[in-house]
Design a protein around this ligand. Structure first.
Ligand code: NAD
Length: 485
């Protein structure tokens, strides 16, 4: 085992959990055991909540301009340890080093945004009647929880940590049991950056601890990022306990390709979108709809896909089970009459025979009713459907229950605008394969890709992590009295 067993992080210290139940942390790159992650109990969670509650008293009363000083330092540390943090991400998640570097760089951008929060939470004040002022202030909620998935071990935690904490909350994070190592390292960096003990805590575990988070009476708000199935469970359970909840779910993102699209650029974007992070991005292109004759572009997509080589510029998927599940989707589509133009099944990487690799896969002549057209595959696979008109393509996109992202590839501005207006997705791209909004714009899908109000990053997150205090004051007793004062 390469690393020491994972521990919880409570009140500024790494501590053992009360149960003996553990799960193996396996590197998808070569199947080697990296560590063991403990399964915490409700009692372990309670210790973390108590630590966060007592830290909240002091932390929430510090002016935000002081609180963000920690995040200036944290950003510097993310930059300083970029290489080491990226290697850890790659090792536990399986993505390539370049992808892991991009992930940590995104965490740096998220932290920069948090440093700008004092400029964005200035509140409002107005003399509403003679001598009477109304004022609004953003007030932190208290102890909040963040439950995160396996696919971005560094970035997704940083969607929530810097903003929630800079806004004055104290946090408990529940890492994915598949990739718990990156969060532990972040705890060390936050401490080195000057974050007081108890403000940030880690509780490791699986569904049992997620349920305990949803039920804990002293946790005010829960953010969740993961599959739609679990997002629904968390949303229902935590709102049932009267908590504020934002739960981001899975995705099935459609790219619409029109015949006038620039062929080389489109092919590169489609191939990169479907295969980046081995297709394990909630913003990955998973379905493509060719409108009219786009055969020349599909040929180029296949050429691009063939340049993507497992173990070289394509990482592993998270586990052997994930590999089997993805390959089953491909085989099922083939049996139902779809044509496999580029086949990533049975990929093997020399020297990494125990790795979980799936090669890039392009499936053509997919019908909208097939599972590969409808369901989230979460692997480097693109399912191509054909339509005669853009409206038919939009109908396919609209009828999918998810709604994270959609993109159109065209040189026609009017048609691009039409897609922006009519796609049923929270994030739309024009000639962009992965239309992730950059800070300060917020990230969040629609429909079954997100439950709750607002977005998880950017300015929108301020509303989620704070509540408004409204005060009405009158200091001049000589001011005339009227019906409003
Ligand atoms: P997951 O839903 O299996 O797990 C997410 C978290 O929930 C983990 O911490 C896990 O321990 C916990 N969990 C798992 N099963 C549970 C259960 N039955 N009850 C309570 N908690 C449970 O997701 P994953 O496999 O880690 O991540 C991949 C999924 O996340 C994909 O569907 C992907 O689209 C989605 N995702 C979405 C976004 C977004 O922004 N919408 C971003 C990243 C990932």
């Amino acid at each position: 085992m390469k690393y020491n067993p994972v521990q919880n992080y409570i009140n500024g210290k790494f501590v053992d959990v009360s149960s003996r139940r553990t799960l193996d942390v396996i590197s998808p790159i070569d199947g080697k055991l990296l560590s063991k992650v403990p399964m915490s109990t409700a009692g372990d969670l309670d210790l973390a909540v108590r630590s966060a509650r007592s830290a909240f008293l002091k932390w929430s009363r510090m002016p935000i301009k002081e609180r963000v000083q920690v995040f200036y330092q944290y950003k510097y540390l993310l930059e300083k340890y970029l290489k080491e943090l990226s290697e850890l991400v790659s090792e536990e998640n399986g993505k390539t080093i370049n992808e892991a570097v991009a992930e940590v760089e995104k965490s740096i951008e998220l932290t920069e945004f948090a440093c700008s929060l004092p400029q964005l939470v200035t509140g409002e004040v107005l003399e509403v009647s003679r001598g009477v002022e109304c004022r609004t202030e953003h007030v932190p909620l208290g102890v909040v929880a963040s439950i995160v998935p396996f696919n971005f071990p560094n970035m997704v935690p940083n969607w929530t940590i810097p903003n929630a904490i800079a806004l004055g909350n104290c946090m408990i994070i529940k890492p994915s049991e598949k990739v718990p190592l990156s969060c532990g390292r972040m705890a060390q960096l936050l401490k080195e950056a000057g974050l007081p003990d108890g403000v940030f805590n880690i509780v490791n575990g699986d569904s049992e601890i997620v349920e305990a988070i949803c039920d804990h009476p002293e946790i005010e708000a829960v953010s969740f990022v993961g599959s739609t199935k679990v997002a629904k469970i968390v949303y229902q359970r935590a709102t049932g306990n009267f908590k504020r909840v934002l739960a981001l779910g899975g995705a099935k993102n459609h790219l619409m390709v029109l015949p006038d699209a620039k062929a080389d650029m489109t092919a590169q974007n489609v191939a990169a979108s479907m295969s980046g992070c081995a297709g394990q991005r909630c913003m990955a292109a998973s379905a493509m709809v060719g409108v009219g004759n786009v055969d020349h572009i599909i040929d180029k997509i296949c050429d691009e896909a063939r340049k993507i080589v497992p173990g070289k510029n394509l990482g592993a998927v998270i586990s052997k089970e994930a590999k089997e599940r993805i390959e089953k989707y491909i085989t099922e589509a083939e049996k139902q009459g779809a044509k496999i133009l580029v086949d990533g099944r049975n990929a093997r990487v020399e020297g990494k025979e125990n790795g979980a690799y799936v090669g890039p896969t392009v499936i053509d002549y997919v019908k909208p009713e097939m599972a590969v057209a409808k369901e989230e595959i979460f692997g480097p696979v693109i399912s191509i459907m054909r339509t005669k008109s853009l409206d038919e393509a939009l109908e396919i996109e609209n009828s999918n229950p998810y709604g994270n992202a959609a993109s159109v590839f065209t040189q026609n501005g009017g048609l691009a605008r039409y897609v922006i207006d009519h796609a049923s997705a929270g994030m739309v791209g024009v000639n962009v394969g992965v239309p992730v909004p950059r800070e300060p714009f917020s990230f969040g899908g629609w429909n079954e890709s997100k439950f709750g109000v607002g977005d998880i990053t950017g300015k929108s997150s301020i509303e989620f992590w704070t509540k408004l205090k409204k005060s009405t004051t009158k200091w001049n007793p000589e001011a005339g009295v009227n019906w409003m004062s």
